[in-house]
Every structure is written in C-alpha cells, then in structure tokens.
Design a protein around this ligand. Structure first.
Ligand code: CIR
Length: 264
C-alpha cells in the first residue's frame, strides 16, 4: 500500500449548493459543508498528512471535489479532461500546484478523451479505470497509454449500467492488504475476483467510498454496519460527517488529492 505524505483540498465555495446534484437528498447547506470539510482535514492530519488547503473558487461550485481534475501517482501526474460542462476548466486551476510538485512529469488527457479522477482506483502499480458517464473509452485509452509509459498497468471496469454510481470510486475503494470494499453490483466484477471483498448493503453503498491512508480508513459517519465490517476486517476507522457532500453526489475520496512519496 502506498505511503501518503501530503494532501491537497479545496474549501467548498460560496455557491457549493449550485453544483451538479441528483437533487433527491435536498439542497446542501454550505456552512455545514464547510464545518464537515474542516473535520475531514483534521482526519487527514490524524493520518499523518501535511494538508494544503486551497482557497474557495466561486467560478466552480464543484471545485471542492478536487480528486476529479488530476490523477496523482509517485511517478507522474495526469491532468484529467472533464466530461461535465460546468467543471471544464477546474483542471487549469490545479495545474500550478501540480507543476510545483511534479515539474515536467505531467501528462494531459486530450479532447475528445474525458477522464475524471473519481473513476481511477490504484492498487499498487495497477490502475482500474472506470468507464462511466464521465470517463469515455478514448479517455481511458489515453490514460492507459500514459500509465504504461511510466511502468504501470491498467484495466477497465464499466459502471455505465449502474445508474446510481457517478464514478467508479463512488461504489468501490481499495483498502490495501488485498482487500476491496464495494457495493453489491461491483463486487462480482471479474476484475475483483482475486481480492478479498467487503460488500456493503444497498442502503449503505455510500460508505463504499472511503480512503485508506497510512494506518487508517477514513469513512463516512453514520454507516454503522459498514464501519463494523471494516473494523472486523482489521482496519482502524476514522468516521467523518459527509451529509452535505453526499447531497452533491460527492464521495469522501473526492475531497482530496492524496500525494504519495514522489519518485520522479
Ligand atoms: C459532480 O457531479 O461532478 C459533483 N457534483 C460531484 C463529484 C464527485 N466526485 C467524485 O465522486 N470523485
């Protein structure tokens, strides 16, 4: 499992509630989202990370979901290509910071390819690329070529039939120690057969988006059955409140770019 040293987050903007949302959980409360965001930062720090907090950006209501504009590895950063029209341009806003960290080891997904970071799940030196409403076949092809160039392997998992799942990691996460957590629909994907799998209930599917950082798994608060399953499997959990981000279709992983020790 990758050892992480730092993370980048972005404060939810004033117009956070105007971002893309399926709407069925009601309108998000921006003040509460900011409180929850602070708790999220504290959890990252508890895992030993140095956290860079970028200022809110009112040009992009979804910009706190900073995992989507870039894919960061120890060898290269890939600037994503948004499918969602209201998010196009967010990638340019993170580029200066990515350049500071990665210098020339930066690759860019070119149109008509689209890839959003939430669709990318790393397992050691292998990457699962989610084919979704946001990541198209051409984007996946480009990303796979880039990863190959830097010595990584990749394969795809299609989630296009699962209406409730926005990105691949909306429905599955790698917890390290050869173990995935996922929603029932994804658990039987042939790509995951060789791994241990923790399967959530339908009702607690939101908690399948959680992040293993160093010694801990940060997981959404209030999903008690899932938290118990994860603890039973031997992981230490840090539950954090996520209700306002859930309203915006955002998972816990989307709120940060977690940077491993670089090996450029
Ligand atoms: C969007 O629809 O783009 C945002 N409202 C939520 C993005 C969540 N990102 C993620 O799952 N990686």
């Amino acid at each position: 499992m990758e050892l992480f040293e730092q993370a980048i987050v972005r404060t939810p903007s004033e117009n956070f509630a105007d971002g893309i949302t399926p709407g069925f959980l009601g309108r998000a409360d921006t003040a509460l989202a900011r409180e929850q965001h602070k708790a999220y930062i504290r959890a990252l720090e508890q895992c030993g990370l140095r956290v860079t907090v970028l200022a809110e950006d009112n040009d992009y209501p979804d910009s706190c979901f900073i995992e989507d504009p870039a894919i960061v590895t120890d060898r290269v950063a890939v600037i994503a290509g948004f499918q969602a029209p209201s998010r196009k341009g967010e990638e340019k806003k993170v580029l200066p910071l990515i350049e500071k960290l990665y210098g020339t080891k930066i690759e860019i997904i070119q149109s008509p390819g689209t890839v959003e970071g939430g669709d990318i799940c790393q397992v050691g030196t292998h990457f699962f690329i989610g084919l979704s409403r946001r990541t198209n076949d051409e984007g996946a092809r480009q990303l796979s070529e880039i990863l190959k160039k830097y010595g990584f392997t990749s394969s795809t998992i299609s989630i296009r039939d699962y209406k409730s799942v926005l990105h691949l990691k909306t429905g599955m996460s790698y917890l390290g120690d050869h173990t995935f957590i996922s929603i029932p629909q994804i658990a039987n994907d042939p790509e995951l057969k060789a791994f241990n799998r923790i399967v959530t209930t339908e009702e607690e599917g939101y908690a399948s988006n959680c992040i293993r950082i160093n010694d801990y798994v940060i997981i959404p608060q209030g999903f008690d059955r899932t938290i118990e399953q994860v603890e039973k499997a031997g992981f230490k959990t840090i539950p954090v409140p996520m209700s306002e981000f859930e309203k915006q279709d955002g998972g816990l992983s989307c709120l940060s770019l977690r940077i491993p020790k670089l090996n450029l």
